[in-house]
Design a protein around this ligand. Structure first.
Ligand code: NAD
Length: 341
């Protein structure tokens, strides 16, 4: 039987992307919504056929513990709220699927993992690319050595954010967004570099750019540039920015026998991918990227029902947050750092 989810946070991703996608899931469904805005919450609940008593506010969330329709909570709040809300959901006895980035520092991530263990409930991070046909095919191609030995990975996740300020937009508030573009968007390039090489970096050097006098970047960085070296000798360069136009979402893997290019690489739809070998470029169309949203939720439902392994667990979220900490440490010190294994 289908696992009931409560969606916490009815912003753009929660309400406009995840809720419609979840309607396509096989093994889970939205059973409740949790929001700070009762009018919006009631309207959305109505549109999904939920009854009035399946609408929760942030203040009365605790009573969800007694709601047997809800077995899992999907946290889609600003990133700085993920840790506290994950703890609240575990305290209510629910399983937790939490959006990326898992949290803003490794101590918060560890607290979330500890709460999961103490509650004996599952924890998964919303790394949807692990369920998306183009990225899955790319992982498979790399395992098959389709470009030969990997020498270099290059990633770009960037767009130009319109005029805004911390008073108007959580994405430029340090306490809710951390350093900014890296946690929000560059995390896709970081993840790609790891799942395509199949390695963890042995050294990292990075630089952050924070222009003075721009309200968008009063608290966060405009751009982050990272260089990594892997044990195999492969290297990676990751660039992410909120201050370049046009936008760009590219992942490329250069090997000693070929080139894999993905652009757009990690979005919601419209993916493009090609493989160039021996002078021939082949376009690959492995499937509909739209399946990624509900497949990740079905994967979590499988783990809850059948106790199957979660391929994007809290430990992976923690790993990535630690790497981001290493990136910022390198940028702050100007030194190359060796991330803790
Ligand atoms: P959003 O701004 O559209 O929505 C955030 C929601 O949180 C809003 O409904 C807002 O009212 C609510 N909220 C509650 N407390 C708040 C507070 N103190 N300050 C500001 N808003 C508050 O953001 P979003 O784009 O939906 O992002 C939400 C989360 O989802 C983030 O963690 C983000 O990283 C993640 N996300 C993931 C993807 C993905 O593809 N996996 C895409 C977009 C966003």
């Amino acid at each position: 039987d289908s696992v009931g989810f409560a969606v916490v946070g009815l912003g753009y991703y929660g309400a406009a992307i995840l809720m419609p996608a979840l309607a396509r899931a096989q093994r889970c469904h939205v059973a409740a919504v949790v929001s700070g805005n009762p009018d919006k919450a009631n309207r959305i609940a109505g549109a999904y056929g939920l009854s009035q008593d399946a609408v929760y506010g942030y203040d009365d969330f605790e009573r969800i513990a007694d709601d047997d329709r809800v077995e899992a909570v999907y946290i889609v709040l600003p990133s700085g709220l993920h840790a506290d809300w994950t703890e609240k959901a575990f305290a209510a006895g629910k399983h937790v699927l939490c959006e990326k980035p898992m949290a803003l520092n490794s101590a918060e991530c560890q607290r979330m993992i500890d709460a999961s263990v103490a509650a004996e409930r599952k924890l998964m991070i919303g790394y949807r690319c692990h369920f998306e046909p183009y990225n899955l095919r790319a992982m498979e191609l790399m395992r098959e050595d389709a470009v030969g030995g990997i020498r270099h990975v290059e990633t770009f996740q960037q767009y130009r954010m319109g005029p805004t300020s911390p008073a108007d937009n959580w994405r430029v508030v340090r306490s809710l967004a951390g350093g900014g573009p890296l946690e929000d968007y560059g995390i896709y390039g970081l993840q790609s570099a790891l799942y395509l090489t199949g390695e963890m970096p042995s050294s990292i050097s990075a630089e952050t750019i924070q222009p003075k006098g721009d309200p968008r970047f009063a608290e966060i960085f405009a751009s982050v540039r990272t260089r990594m070296t892997f044990p195999s000798g492969a290297t990676a360069e990751l660039f992410t920015s909120y201050d370049t136009a046009p936008g760009r979402n590219r992942v490329a893997v250069e090997g000693d026998a070929g080139l894999l290019e993905m652009e757009p690489a990690t979005g919601y739809s419209g993916h493009r991918m090609s493989l160039t070998r021996n002078g021939d470029q082949e376009t690959l169309t492995p499937g509909d990227p739209g399946v990624q949203f509900y497949r990740q939720c079905d994967h979590f439902a499988d783990a809850i029902r059948d106790n199957t392994e979660i391929i994007v667990p809290g430990e992976m979220g923690l790993r990535d947050v630690r790497l981001m900490e290493a990136i910022y440490a390198s940028a702050a010190s100007g030194e190359t750092v060796a991330p803790a294994a």
